[in-house]
Write a protein that binds this ligand. Structure first.
Ligand code: MLT
Length: 242
């Protein structure tokens, strides 16, 4: 076996995805506020699976055809008309979501998921499952791309901060020859590694969501390791591997 380390790179926006070779890699999808946090929380709380879909129309059609499913998602941070539930990790406690399939469509997170075509594995990453994701990446011995869902292709701080947390934890085991990864690590280090919400209050999506009274959601989304579960894409569904 070669002693060369696999590579670790960060893609800061879906608009840059074409610049990266994802074939055979592990791709971590990151949408801290809030899609990947919601997926992680719902699966840890017992959801049978999450089906990420691109459009509200598809979400409703799939939801109608699947017994024991819920349609959920947002557009521009608000529950999309026609869907039953939103994109809040707090909406899916165990007594509500246990055994159900969440059919989810969001502005950025589920979109990026559908853009990655040839990865060996797609993983859902969030602060809520930070350690589980890092342990998984260390165990794979494969190239890794940390993919930030960003906001409508524009850079965002919360996804970059999480990417930096991962680079800082696992970077020693990889060849990190990527300035986006170095920059993300610097950003993470600048926070001192804690109190992320203070840092993120001055971010565009924090401002956008706080205008809808969703501060509690965002505080929840930056709680490390609250939901230790490994959500992996298998076929068209995301399932929990514990
Ligand atoms: C997204 O996928 O765009 C987000 O998760 C938006 C949100 O609900 O905050």
């Amino acid at each position: 076996m070669s002693s060369e380390k696999p590579s670790l790179e960060v893609c800061l926006s879906p608009a840059l995805l074409h610049l990266y070779n994802t074939a055979g890699s592990v791709v971590v999808i990151i949408d801290i506020f809030r899609a990947t946090s919601t997926i992680t929380a719902a699966l840890h709380n017992g959801a049978a699976s999450v089906i990420p879909v691109a459009s509200v129309q598809d979400c409703i059609a799939i939801g109608n055809s699947l017994p024991n499913s819920l349609t959920a998602g947002e557009r521009d941070g608000k529950i999309a008309p026609g869907l039953q539930h939103g994109n809040s990790p707090l909406e899916y406690p165990t007594d509500f979501v246990q055994g159900k399939t969440l059919v989810l469509t969001t502005t950025n997170g589920t979109r990026l998921l559908h853009m990655v075509k040839d990865a060996a594995q797609i993983v859902i990453g969030s602060f809520l499952n930070l350690s589980v994701v890092c342990d998984y990446l260390l165990a794979q011995n494969k190239n890794v791309l940390l993919g930030c869902a960003s906001w409508k292709d524009k850079y965002n701080l919360e996804d970059t901060l999480f990417a930096g947390a991962v680079v800082s934890r696992v970077g020693h085991a990889f060849e990190v020859n990527c300035d986006a990864a170095r920059g993300a690590r610097h950003l993470f280090n600048s926070t001192g590694g804690s109190n992320f919400i203070n840092f993120l209050r001055d971010s565009s999506h924090y401002r956008r969501l706080s205008a809808y009274g969703l501060e509690e959601d965002m505080e929840y989304c930056v709680t490390p390791d609250k939901h230790p579960v490994l959500p992996l894409l298998q076929g068209d569904r995301i399932v929990a591997v514990r």
